[in-house]
Design a protein around this ligand. Structure first.
Ligand SMILES: Cc1cc2nc3c(=O)[nH]c(=O)nc-3n(C[C@H](O)[C@H](O)[C@H](O)COP(=O)(O)O)c2cc1C
Length: 183
C-alpha cells in the first residue's frame, strides 16, 4: 500500500513539475523581444496620408500576426499609411507622428506580453491620439485589460478589443474593426 502511495505522489510531482515548466516556457516566450520587424502599408489616398501604427507581439503559431495584418489593412483601406511592428528598442519612444496607435498582444495564462508593456511604458506623446489596445486569446473574459490599461500611464484608450483566436472569422473581424476604427 505504501508503495502505491509513493508512486502516486511521484506521478503527481512529475505532472506538477511539467506544468510549472510549461507555464514558465510559455510566459517567457510571450515576454521575449522578437526582433525589429517593421512593414509599412502605403496609403493610396492622393492627399498626405494620416498615419497609424500597429505594434504587436507575435504569438506561437501566427494568429497574432494575422490579426495585426488584417487590422492594419482595415486601417489602410480607411486612408491611413500603416506601420506594422513588433515592440522593442528599434522603435522610437515618441509616437507623436501617428494619428492612431494600436497595441496588440496574445494572452497566455492570463498574462500579456512584457515586451509590449515595457515598450508601452516608455512610449511618449500618446495624449490626443486614437489609441486601441487589443488582445488575442481564447478566453472570452478580459482580465488582461487591467494591466494593459495601466501601461498606458493614464491615457484613455479609444477602444479595447479582444479577438478570439479560435473563431474562424477573427481575422475578418480584425479587418472590419480596422476599417471602423479608422473612420
Ligand atoms: C498554454 C496556453 C495558455 C493560454 N492562456 C490563455 C488565457 O489565459 N487567456 C486567453 O484568452 N487565451 C489563452 N490562451 C489562448 C492563446 O492566447 C491563443 O492560443 C493564442 O493567442 C493563439 O496564438 P497562436 O495560434 O499563434 O498560437 C492560451 C493558450 C495556451 C496554449
Amino acid at each position: 500500500m505504501k508503495k502505491i502511495a509513493k508512486v502516486i505522489v511521484a506521478v503527481i510531482a512529475v505532472i506538477a513539475a511539467l506544468f510549472v515548466g510549461f507555464f514558465f516556457i510559455t510566459i517567457s516566450y510571450n515576454n521575449e523581444y522578437k526582433g525589429d520587424f517593421k512593414e509599412v502599408l502605403k496609403s493610396t489616398a492622393a492627399a498626405p496620408a494620416k498615419k497609424a501604427i500597429v505594434i504587436y507581439q507575435p504569438s506561437k503559431h501566427g494568429t497574432s500576426a494575422k490579426i495585426a495584418k488584417r487590422l492594419a489593412e482595415g486601417l489602410n483601406s480607411s486612408g491611413y499609411e500603416v506601420t506594422l511592428s513588433y515592440p522593442g528598442a528599434h522603435l522610437p519612444a515618441s509616437l507623436g507622428e501617428y494619428d492612431i496607435v494600436a497595441f496588440g498582444t496574445p494572452v497566455y495564462f492570463g498574462q500579456i506580453s512584457l515586451a509590449l508593456t515595457d515598450y508601452m511604458e516608455r512610449s511618449t506623446d500618446l495624449a490626443g491620439k486614437k489609441v486601441l489596445i487589443y488582445s488575442v486569446g481564447n478566453d472570452k473574459e478580459l482580465p488582461e485589460f487591467a494591466a494593459f490599461e495601466r501601461s498606458l500611464k493614464g491615457v484613455r484608450p479609444g477602444a479595447k478589443k479582444k479577438f478570439i483566436a479560435a473563431d474562424t472569422d477573427s481575422v475578418d473581424l480584425a479587418y472590419k474593426f480596422g476599417v471602423d476604427f479608422g473612420k
